[in-house]
Design a protein. Sequence first.
Length: 180
Amino acid sequence: MSKPRFASVWLGGCSGCHMSFLDMDEWLFELAELVDVVYSPIVDVKEFPENVDITLVEGAVANEDNVEVARIVREHSRVVAAFGDCAVSTNVTGMRNPLGDPSTILERVYVDSPDRDQVIPEAAGIVPPLLPKVLPLHKVISVDFYMPGCPPSAAEIQRAIETLLSDDLRHGVTEDIRRG
Ligand code: SF4
């Protein structure tokens, strides 16, 4: 049987969840034996591939690019896990929500601030448009598994992946996906 195809994605987060992932240290070698890592910020693949068995999604959905990536991830993954508090509940990324419309915040930061060049990156096309509100992942796509924590500890991530893999293997996911 072929190995499960594993991916991780970084949306609106600080990358701390992925740093915690790397803290699994030696177990990463075991993981590399158990799965094929087909996409991640830590590997050099640009396009999210098809037929992924398990995808961990770090970060909340904060801008239009995040929405698009989340939808592609959902379409191409059998199991999607919200990885860390930002994905689960918006957490730090959602701290802008009580401040209202993002255009007000952008004006304040980039135009009113005296030490900037007074260009709003979004208006200049440098960054994707922000959503009116930061959303947890489950408000944009369906989520199969939640891994809270800011960040989840390396031990918690390992336990979660082991659970996902055992579930995955029990249901013969990799074979089902390729038959479909
Ligand atoms: Fe960073 Fe915490 Fe959000 Fe993870 S949950 S992306 S560590 S702020």
